[in-house]
Design a protein around this ligand. Sequence first.
Ligand code: HEC
Ligand code: HEC
Length: 558
Amino acid sequence: MKMMNLIKYILFTLPLTLYAQDWGPQVEVLIPRDNIYQLDQASLIKNIDTGRRIALFYPVSVSDLLIPYGPMKTFFESDPDDPVRKLIYDLTRTVSPFKSMDEVFKWLGVHEYPSIIQEENPNPLPLLSAQEKSLPMGATLIQTKDGEALTFGCAACHASDLFGVKILGLTNRFPRANEFFRQGQSFAPYINSFIFKDLLKTTEGERLMLLKAKTSTKWVGTKKPKMIGLDTSLAQVALSLAKREKDPYATRTELSAKLPRPNKLSKLVADSKPAVWWNVKYKNRWLSDGSIISGNPVHTNFLWNEIGRGTDLKKLEEWMKTATPQIEALTTAVFATKAPRFEKFFGPDSISLESARRGQKHFVQSCQKCHGIYEKGWDLPDAKQLSNIELIQNIKITYHKKTPVINVGTDPGRYLGMYEFAADLNRLQISKNLKTIVEPQKGYVPPPLEGIWARWPYFHNNSIPNLCALLTKSADRPKTFTTGAAINKKTDFDLNCVGYPLGEKAPTAWSKNPDYLYDTKKQGLTNTGHDIGIIIKDGKEIFTDEEKKDLIEFLKTL
Ligand code: HEC
Ligand code: HEC
């Protein structure tokens, strides 16, 4: 017995300690890496808490693209009829006049920090001071020598409001963080003018900060997403690198800013949604197309964010060296992220056990080989003694040791985009230091399906409104659909189809704003694929309506 324990110990702990901080492409994920640095329990809990705080408040202090908070607040909270304020609006052609910073934050899609501790939340938020709590999730105030600046952190894109529960690690369905910087660019030409100084009471430090921001945007290439909810980070990084020299630090010169290298991503649509964080523990390569085959994905995010903000990469390299503990805490938190559970939101009676168990059989036959094996409470030998809630839990999830990339015919734009700047990224000294390697792919990672119920709309480009549509052949899927926030469980979610309610079931308010209409006819937004060979055999759909229902019932329990 003792010997067995020893063997078990060697088998289960040794390889992990060896591999724990190895981010190379040869790493095999033998068990989920939810404790990525193999910390003891107390350090793990402490690091997760620190890491979540860093996810809320952006830690990089070397960005040049910082917006002075004081003048911005003064501007948005000034009298809307003030003639000078009106003049600024006319000059900058910014979006509809907001009345307060709260309205600006609302438009940006960042979520209010919850006022109470929420029991349904799988990833409890850190305890914040009253002042920290007053900012929405992801908004960050940085104290610089020139004054207080507003910027955005990971949570701006990677936190979401799920029926009132604020979940860190869940995709924000409607973020506009990138849009904020894009709009900011339109202010740049006016910052030295009297209106800024007089109306906004700008200090000398804040004026300098704005000048710096203005300068750094010369090396930033922005792009508007095709649809709210999708992100253009890929294009922004590519177009920004195209404005820098081709050396290992992508040096910023006047000439490179004036004469950017042509890049297909100025036209090609490669938009994608922010990924959920609870899947990374199962994977050894990153992004929807698995194109980052080596390196810590959290590092890559800092690098990408900062290239997109026009930052000097020598300064970023220095910052990364000093910030190792912060980056490791954030990495710990990201890998430890858990998925929200369906029954916590809708009650255990909302799942039919018999139907889910029938659905499991279809899943094993048609889906498991790509998406992984999900063993349930009801599969245990002592299942008879378990409660209904225990029966529907995941006991063990086994995903591929090496994350696969498969082309199932979904929209190719996103993976094709990677071919347009992989070489520019791999050339960077920072990529070499971090051992980050980008290798363009043909297809996408079949993602682990834990917490799939909470991740609608589906596919990397959000083109599938709910699971009923996903299990329908592409020719018959909805060509357009309205989208909206998950506020009311009864009206904003289709409990049977899991995802957006469609047609008459969709809240009428959703159709009022054309920005929220998803149109699969647009470039990059097509909803093809994931049907032939999966749900279609010999030209026919393989599942009856009843079988689809069972399959969806099973997916709810993951
Ligand atoms: C402007 C929005 C935005 C911000 C801010 C942002 N991300 Fe992301 N993130 C994305 C998008 C979009 C993707 C998916 C891109 C793709 O794969 O096509 C992504 C992917 C990821 C992944 C890869 C997940 C996987 O399954 O491979 C990780 C990890 C991640 N982000 C962590 C972070 C961290 C940590 C931060 C803060 C330092 C951050 N992100 C900030 C938009 C954002
Ligand atoms: C041949 C491999 C393969 C098989 C078999 C397969 N899938 Fe997929 N699946 C994928 C890939 C690849 C994606 C990612 C597509 C994309 O994002 O463009 C995907 C995406 C999904 C998504 C959306 C995930 C998300 O986060 O948006 C769901 C849900 C899904 N599959 C369910 C199923 C079900 C249910 C079955 C069985 C009926 C199945 N899949 C069979 C490869 C497969």
